[in-house]
Design a protein around this ligand. Structure first.
Ligand SMILES: Nc1nc2c(c(=O)[nH]1)N[C@H]1C(S)=C(S)[C@@H](COP(=O)(O)OP(=O)(O)OC[C@H]3O[C@@H](n4cnc5c(=O)[nH]c(N)nc54)[C@H](O)[C@@H]3O)O[C@H]1N2
Ligand SMILES: Nc1nc2c(c(=O)[nH]1)N[C@H]1C(S)=C(S)[C@@H](COP(=O)(O)OP(=O)(O)OC[C@H]3O[C@@H](n4cnc5c(=O)[nH]c(N)nc54)[C@H](O)[C@@H]3O)O[C@H]1N2
Ligand SMILES: [Mo]
Length: 607
C-alpha cells in the first residue's frame, strides 16, 4: 500500500556469522525491494572510527595482541578486556606481558576487573573528562621537553597548532595538570607522573577502550589519545599501540561484499530513530514509518532513552521482528518470526576486529522447533513477494563462493575438515610499521601524508564542536553542567561478563556470573544512609529504576555504575525492576555521531 521509503528496517547485531549474518541478509532483502529507511551510526565505536579516519586516514589501526609482550608500560584507559575480551587472545597476552615485567596502570572511574587483577596503580577519573587529562599530560611533556621531537616532526602534521592550544596561546587557558585536575578529579601530581612515565618508558602502549568515546564529545578522547601516542613516538614500533583508534586489523575478510546490492537507503542515526518514528516528516525526517522491521536487535532495551522508545513503538501501526526470545522489544511486535540460533546451522566465523584466522562454525544442534535462519526467512518472503534472486543457492553454495572470492582462502571442504584457517603473515602485526620504517614510500593515507594532529577532514567541517585539533569541550550532563545540582551522580553502564549486551540475561544458568548491582562509592552511600545490599531508587527526569546496591571502594565518589543489558521489567508505575540502564540515558549523539551511553546524570536514594 505504501512506498518502500516508509519501511524502516532496524539492524544492529544478531548473528555475526558470515552468511547467516543478520544485518547482511536483512540489508540484502530490503535493498532488493527498493529504497527504504534504515539506521546508521556504529553504536559501539563511532567516535573511535571518526577519530581514526581523521587522524590516520583509515579505520584500520589495530595491532595483534602478542605485540604487548614487548611493552614496558601498558595503560588500560577505559579498557577492561578481561571482561569485554577484545579478541580471544587479549587477556592471555596481557597477563603474559605483566609477567614479563610491564608496568600496568588503570585510568577508569572504576578499578575495573582487569585493573583489579593486573594494575600496579588505579587513577580514578570522572567519566567524560578524559580529554582534559590527556591534554594536561601533553602539556607536561611539551613544557618539560619530554615529547619525542624528532618523531613528531617527521611523522605528524599540525603539532604547532596543538601546542598553541595546550599552552594557552590560542585561547588564554593553559591546559596544565592543575587545570585538568579541577575537571577530571585526579590531583596534578599523578597526572604529571603518568605523563613523565608515558613519555620516557619506551615502548609504551596506551590501550584505549571504546567506553570513554561513548560520551558527549567522545571523539575528542580518541583524537587526544592518538596525539599522545604520536608525540611520544609510540606508533608503528613493536610494543607500542595506535591509541584512540578502532583497533581493527585490515586482513582479508570474506563474503558479504558480493552479497550486498548497492542501494542508498534513507539514513537515520540510531539516537534519532525514536524521534523519527514519532514525528517522521513533520520533524524533517526522510519519511513517515508505516512498517517497522527489526532483526537481531533488542532496540527498546539497548538504545538510549527507553521511555521515549516505548512511546515510539506504541505509535507504530505495524512492527515485525525476527527473534529467538520474547525480549522487551519483541513484546511490542505484531508479528514475531522465530529465528534459528547460529548453533543450528553451518557457517563461517571471523574474529573480533579481524585477527589472522577464520573458523568453520559447525552446526552443533538440530533445529527441532521449526524456527528458521534469517536468510531462510527472507528467502521464503522473497519467494512469496516475487523478488527474484534473493537467494537461489544453498548455504554451502554461498559459503563456497565466498571462499572462492578470496584467492588466498582454502575451499569449503578443506576449511570444514580442518576447522580453522590461519593466514600466513608477519608477527606481531603492527599498525603503520611501514609508514614509520620507510615513510618515503609509505605516506599515511591522510591529505598531508602524515599523522594528522590537525585534521584536514575535521577542519573542512567548520564546526566548532568538531575542532580540527583535539580539544576539551565541557560535556552536557557532565560535572560542569548545571543539571548536576539536582542529579549529582554520573552514571556509567559497562558491559557485563554474564551477557552479550542484553543476550543471555534470560538464561538461568548465567545468574551466578552476574554482577548486576549498582556500584556506589562508600562516601556517596554514607551521605545517603545507604548500606551494602540496600534497595535504592536511581532516577532522573527520564525514568526510575529500583535496584540493589553494592557499596565499594572500587568506584570513585560522584560516579555510579550499573552493568548494561539487563532486561527492562516495569511495574504499573513505570518503575523498572529489571535494571535496564537505558531508562535513564538521553538519546543525544556526540557531534561526530557517538552513542553517548556513558553521559548521564542521576540521583540515588534509599527506597
Ligand atoms: N562479556 C562481554 N563482552 C563484550 C560485550 C558484552 O556485552 N559482554 N559487548 C561487546 C561489545 S558490543 C562492545 S561494543 C565492547 C564494549 O567495550 P568497551 O566499550 O571498551 O566496554 P565497557 O564495558 O563499556 O567499558 C570499559 C571500561 O570503561 C570504563 N568507562 C566508562 N566510561 C568511562 C569514561 O568516561 N572514561 C574512562 N576512562 N573510563 C570509562 C568502564 O568503567 C569500564 O571499566 O565489548 C564487547 N565485549
Ligand atoms: N546503556 C548502555 N546501552 C548500550 C551500551 C552501553 O554500553 N550502555 N552498549 C551499546 C552497544 S556497544 C551495543 S553493540 C548495543 C547492542 O544492542 P543490540 O544489537 O540490541 O544487542 P543485543 O542486546 O545483544 O540484542 C540482539 C538481539 O538479537 C537476537 N538474536 C541473536 N541472534 C540472532 C539471530 O541469529 N537472528 C535474529 N533475528 N536475532 C538474533 C537476540 O536474542 C537479542 O535479542 O547496545 C548498546 N546499548
Ligand atoms: Mo557494541
Amino acid at each position: 500500500k505504501h512506498d518502500t521509503e516508509s519501511i524502516y528496517f532496524v539492524i544492529n547485531t544478531g548473528s555475526q556469522s558470515t552468511l547467516n549474518n543478520t544485518a547482511a541478509v536483512t540489508n540484502r532483502f530490503f535493498s532488493m525491494l527498493g529504497k527504504c529507511t534504515t539506521v546508521t551510526g556504529n553504536i559501539s565505536f563511532e567516535a573511535a572510527a571518526q577519530s581514526s579516519l581523521a587522524t590516520f586516514g583509515t579505520r584500520y589501526t589495530g595491532s595483534s595482541r602478542e605485540n604487548m609482550l614487548s611493552s614496558r608500560l601498558i595503560i588500560l584507559w577505559g579498557w577492561d578486556p578481561n571482561i569485554t575480551r577484545y579478541g580471544s587472545d587479549t587477556s592471555f597476552y596481557l597477563t603474559r606481558a605483566k609477567k614479563a615485567g610491564a608496568r600496568i596502570i588503570c585510568v577508569d572511574p572504576r578499578n575495573n576487573h582487569s585493573g583489579q587483577a593486573l594494575a600496579d596503580r588505579w587513577l580514578p577519573i570522572r567519566p567524560g573528562t578524559d580529554t582534559a587529562m590527556l591534554l594536561a599530560m601533553a602539556h607536561e611533556m611539551i613544557t618539560n621537553k619530554l615529547y619525542d621531537k624528532e618523531f613528531t616532526k617527521k611523522y605528524t602534521f599540525g603539532f604547532d597548532r596543538f601546542q598553541d592550544y595546550v599552552t594557552g596561546i590560542e585561547d588564554g587557558i593553559v591546559k596544565n595538570p592543575e587545570w585538568a585536575s579541577f575537571i577530571c578529579g585526579i590531583s596534578p601530581e599523578p597526572i604529571k607522573e603518568l605523563a613523565r612515565e608515558y613519555a620516557t618508558t619506551r615502548p609504551a602502549a596506551l590501550m584505549t577502550g571504546w567506553a570513554p568515546g561513548r560520551t558527549a564529545y567522545g571523539e575528542q578522547f580518541h583524537r587526544a589519545a592518538s596525539t599522545l601516542a604520536a608525540i611520544t613516538g609510540n606508533i608503528g614500533i613493536e610494543g607500542s599501540f595506535v591509541s584512540g583508534g578502532t583497533d581493527q586489523i585490515d586482513l582479508g575478510r570474506i563474503g558479504q561484499n558480493i552479497f550486498l546490492p548497492d542501494t542508498d537507503h534513507n539514513l537515520i542515526h540510531k539516537t534519532e530513530i525514536y524521534d523519527a518514528l514519532i514525528h517522521g516528516r513533520s520533524a524533517g525526517h526522510a519519511s513517515n514509518c508505516k512498517l517497522l522491521y527489526i532483526t537481531g536487535c533488542n532496540m527498546l532495551n539497548q538504545f538510549l532513552n527507553l521511555n521515549k522508545g516505548k512511546k515510539a513503538l506504541m505509535s507504530q501501526d505495524f512492527i515485525i521482528t525476527h527473534e529467538l526470545f520474547l525480549t522487551p522489544t519483541a513484546r511490542f511486535a505484531d508479528i514475531i518470526l522465530p529465528a534459528a540460533h547460529f548453533l543450528e546451522y553451518n557457517d563461517i566465523g571471523q574474529p573480533w576486529s579481524g585477527g589472522p584466522y577464520t573458523i568453520f562454525m559447525h552446526k552443533a544442534s538440530n533445529n527441532t522447533s521449526g524456527s528458521k535462519s534469517d536468510l531462510e526467512i527472507f528467502k521464503e518472503i522473497s519467494r512469496r513477494m516475487g523478488i527474484k534472486d534473493y537467494s537461489e543457492k544453498s548455504d554451502s553454495q554461498w559459503l563456497g563462493e565466498f571462499l572462492e572470492s578470496e584467492p588466498s582462502f582454502p575451499g569449503l571442504v578443506s576449511l570444514k575438515e580442518n576447522g580453522t584457517y590461519k593466514f600466513s603473515c608477519e608477527h606481531p602485526i603492527i599498525a603503520f610499521k611501514e609508514q614509520i620504517e620507510n615513510p618515503g614510500d609509505n605516506p599515511f593515507p591522510t591529505p598531508s601524508g602524515k599523522i594528522e594532529i590537525f585534521s584536514d577532514r575535521f577542519a573542512r567541517l567548520k564546526d566548532p564542536s568538531i575542532p580540527p585539533i583535539p580539544k576539551y569541550i565541557a560535556s552536557w550532563e557532565g560535572p560542569e553542567d548545571d543539571m548536576i545540582k539536582d542529579y549529582p551522580i554520573q552514571l556509567i553502564t559497562p558491559h557485563s561478563r554474564a551477557r552479550i549486551n542484553s543476550q543471555l540475561d534470560n538464561i538461568k544458568s548465567m545468574e551466578k556470573l552476574k554482577n548486576d548491582r549498582l556500584w556506589m562509592s562508600t562516601e556517596d552511600a554514607r551521605v545517603r544512609d545507604i548500606k551494602d545490599g540496600d534497595i535504592v531508587y536511581m532516577f532522573n527526569n527520564r525514568g526510575r529504576i529500583s535496584t540493589q546496591v553494592r557499596v565499594t571502594d572500587r568506584i570513585m565518589p560522584g560516579v555510579a555504575s550499573l552493568d548494561q543489558g539487563q532486561w527492562y521489567n516495569p511495574d504499573s508505575q513505570g518503575v523498572d525492576h529489571g535494571g535496564c540502564a537505558n531508562i535513564l540515558t538521553l538519546d543525544k549523539r556526540s557531534p561526530a555521531g557517538a552513542f553517548c551511553s556513558n553521559t548521564c546524570l542521576i540521583q540515588i536514594k534509599k527506597a
